[in-house]
Write a protein that binds this ligand. Structure first.
Ligand SMILES: [Mn+2]
Length: 478
């Protein structure tokens, strides 16, 4: 493929080298990360390998570490394709490569370790931001396009139809957190639009436009808090009933997708008027409208049609270690796998509300500069962070100080999750530094972002961890 036709020209030479290695392989082991971006990365790569006639097998890992890489080496595949991870572990991977265990091909967007390999596709190597401009699924898509150019005589099979999955991966990786996908991600959206599989439109920026009944859509939308609507079921219902739009049909609430364009405009402007009259600041009201990414080949009113709902569905499969289900949905299974994924998501939502109830019932302990709770084995370590964040503002849980949660991880380890708020970050909160530093002081490790961070510490060090984290947060918020 000429660089001019490539989705991300800067990466084309590397994508070609990776594609050449894959085409020369008898068979490939495809290893990917378990989350929405990792699952879509694997689905893009799997489809491209299949179309190129390259036999492969897919495996998933929560974490790529020395043990999991050794297990991959033991599988005796001559070529291993890593997607959505691999760059950060290139030092470990390179040891196996030198020992002749396998030839690695890496399509990733995380910070590379201090080692390189011949077949390495990563936006950071070319000055493209791997946190906001290209996801793992995007890197995998760039590879898929190069693979098609190399292997297919029929140029209609150029893999551009895989752009939808790449968009789902980027959205799932929170790369559109400011609303729009940018940079290389935007170039992929453009290819998807041209191929007729993606549509980009300005729309109400709330979660659940395809599947949620209107009252739930508005009531649960918490990015922009509107008094009388957000978390207020009665207020939302009376707001909807007062509109010049029939929000019910045959006794059932309609969904956003069921409304005509005119009805959508009426509802959106009434919502903006309500926000203005309740004193919501203008910069927040602007956030009520944003870019939606629609997968046009998926049926209207399903979570698969909206990139954000699709990625939530995939995350639900990943959190409960059902990568097989998530991958099957990405690959087109609209029966058993989709049904199972929906069950996992419903179950996930039940676990979240049960977890929040648990926190309300057991309460949090207040220190000088933070509050915390220890869920032990009552809340899964994979969701305790989300629950900690959602419980801020619930009964007995303040939004004035950050919250730290503990959960048992097994093997003598404790999972730590910290969550803050935008205003606290504005006051100087950096949970990544606080949690990371306190964890290392007690023999663990961690990090993340200023508003949300996590760590793993040895069981039994929780009290010392809290003491240290409390002191550090106290200094940050001084
Ligand atoms: Mn990723």
């Amino acid at each position: 493929m000429a660089a001019a036709d490539a989705p991300v020209p800067e990466l084309q030479a590397r994508a070609d080298a990776c594609a050449a290695q894959l085409c020369a392989a008898d068979r490939v082991l495809l290893a990917s990360h378990i989350d929405a971006d990792g699952l879509t990365s694997a689905a893009v790569a799997a489809t491209a390998l299949e179309r190129a006639g390259i036999p492969f097998e897919a495996v998933f890992e929560k974490q790529l570490d020395a043990d999991s890489i050794a297990a991959i080496a033991d599988r005796a595949y001559g070529t291993v394709l890593f997607t959505d991870f691999g760059s950060g572990q290139l030092d470990l991977i390179a040891e196996h490569e030198r020992a002749g265990a396998f030839v690695p091909v890496v399509a990733d967007h995380h910070q590379p370790a201090d080692a390189d390999t011949e077949h390495h596709l990563n936006p950071l190597l070319k000055g493209i931001d791997g946190a906001s401009e290209l996801s793992g699924a995007g890197a995998s898509y760039v590879l898929a396009r190069a693979l098609a150019a190399r292997s297919s005589a029929d140029e209609r099979l150029d893999n551009r139809d895989l752009a939808g999955l790449a968009v789902v991966g980027a959205v799932g990786d929170m790369q559109a957190s400011e609303g729009d996908l940018r940079g290389a991600n935007a170039a992929i959206v453009g290819e998807g639009v041209e191929a007729g599989v993606v549509e980009e439109r300005k729309d109400l920026a709330v979660y659940g436009k395809q599947t949620r009944p209107l009252p739930k859509l508005l009531e649960y939308a918490s990015d922009v808090r509107i008094p009388g609507i957000t978390n207020d079921e009665r207020g939302t219902v009376s707001f909807l009933d007062g509109l010049d739009v029939s929000c019910r049909a045959d006794g059932e609430w309609r969904r956003w997708v069921d409304l005509s364009e005119g009805e959508k405009r009426t509802l959106a402007s009434a919502l903006v008027r309500r926000a203005v009259s309740r004193g919501v600041p203008a910069f927040k009201i602007d956030r009520l409208v944003g870019t939606s990414y629609v997968l046009t080949e998926e049926p209207v009113g399903t979570e698969l049609r909206d990139a954000s709902e699709f990625s939530t569905l995939l995350n639900a499969t990943a959190r409960y270690e059902r990568a097989d289900v998530g991958l099957a949905v990405c690959l087109g299974d609209r029966e058993r796998a989709l049904e199972r994924a929906r069950e996992l998501l419903a179950n996930h939502r039940r676990n979240l509300s049960a977890g929040i109830e648990w926190v309300e019932e057991h309460g949090v302990t207040r220190e000088d500069s933070l509050q915390w709770f220890d869920a032990g084995s009552e809340i899964r370590e994979t969701i305790v962070g989300i629950i900690a964040g959602m419980s801020m503002g619930a009964d007995g849980v303040s939004r004035d100080v950050p919250i730290v949660a503990f959960a048992e991880k097994g093997d003598g380890e404790t999972k730590v999750s910290g969550r803050g708020t935008g205003p606290l970050v504005g006051d100087g909160l950096d949970l990544s530094a606080a949690i990371g530093e306190a964890a290392r002081a007690v023999g663990g490790d961690g990090g993340g972002h200023d508003v949300a961070a996590g760590a793993t510490i040895p069981a039994g060090t929780e009290a010392e961890f809290i003491e240290r984290a409390d002191a550090i947060v106290g200094e940050q918020l001084e």
